[in-house]
Design a protein around this ligand. Sequence first.
Ligand code: PMP
Length: 369
Amino acid sequence: ASEDRLDRLGALPIRDDLRGLVPYGAPQLDVPILLNVNENTHGVPDDARKAILAAVEAALAGLNRYPDREFTRLREALADYLGHGLAAENIWAANGSNEVLQQILQAFGGPGRSLLSFPPTYSMYPLLASGTGTEYLAGRRASDFSLSADSAAAQVAEHRPNLVLLCSPNNPTGTALGLDVVEAVYAAGEASQTMVVVDEAYAEFAQQGTPSALELLPGRNRLIVSRTMSKAFALAGARLGYLAAAPEVADALRLVRLPYHLSALTQATAVAALQHSASLQANVADIKLQRDRIVAGLQDLGLTPARSDANFVFFGSVPDPRAVWQGLLAAGVLIRDVGIPGSLRVTAGTEAETSKFLSVLAGLLGTGP
Ligand code: PMP
C-alpha cells in the first residue's frame, strides 16, 4: 500500500527538488520509557501547570479575536528571561525553534542561496534547506566530531554561504562549541555578509562555565541565537521557539511570518511558564544530574560517552548498536540510533528511567549483575 502511495505522490506535480525526499521522523513507538527525542521527561511542575491553566482560561474569553500579532508580552518575558541586556525588540518567536529556523531561511536563504552547517548535526537543517529551496552545504568536522575555530572559519571563507548554522550544544553529539568558533565564523563571514545562527536549543543544560553566544550579540547584527521552550521548559507540546538578535533581524522575519502565527493559547501558555521558570529550572538541575550519571555509567561499561552540555548523551564503542537498541526496546526503553557507526544517543530521563536504562544496558553488554 505504501508503494502505491509513493507512486501516487510521484504522479503529483510536486516541486522537482522535493521528489524522493523522506520526511523527518524519529520513530514514534508506544514504549514506557521514551529517551529518544531529547524531551524533558520530568514533566511540567504543578505550580506551572496551574498557572498555565489559569492563563489559558483567561485567554479563552478573547478567542473570537485574532491574537496579538506582535506577541509583545511574550517578547518582554523572553527578554527578561534571557537577560544579557536584551529587550523585547531583540526577540522573535514562532511555533518551535524549527519554525524560527524556517523563517530565518525564508528571509535570508531561498533559491540561489546557500546554508552551511557541520554534520553530524541536527537532522532538520538539510530538510529546512530543501523546504525553502536553499542549497545545503555539508561542512567537515574532525574525526572526533569537534570543530575548531580555524577549520570552521576556513570553510566559511571557502564556501561564502549566505547562512551558517552552528548547533551548540550540538545534536546529536551533545558538546557545546567554544565562543571562539562563533567569533571566527562571524568574522570569516564578513566578506560574504553571512548570517550566523547559533542553535542553542539545549543551552540551559550546559555545564558550569560553558558560555552562551548571547554574550556575542552586541555589535554583531548578522548573529542570531536561537532557543526553545521545548527542552528546559518542558513545553515541547506547546511549540514555542524564539531567538535573540538585532531588532532589524526581527524586522526581516516579519516579512515572511504568517500573520497571527502564534496563537493566543500558545502566547498565554508561554508567558505563564516563564513566570514559573524557577520551578522548571529545578528539574533542569536534576536532569543534569541524571545526564552526568549516564556519562559515568557508560564509562563504567567501557563505552565512550562524549562530553555533554545537553540533556542527552552520545556514546561510541558500542559493539553492535542495532542489537543494543533492539535489546533496550524489548525491555521498554526507546533510545536513538542516529546512524553513526558504533554509536547511540540517549536522553537523560528521570532518576528511575535513567537507572532502568543503565541496568538494561549493563545486562545487554554482559556486564550486568
Ligand atoms: N534545534 C535542535 C538542535 C533540536 O535538537 C531541536 C529538537 N529536537 C530543535 C532545534 C527544535 O525544537 P523545537 O522546534 O521543539 O523548538
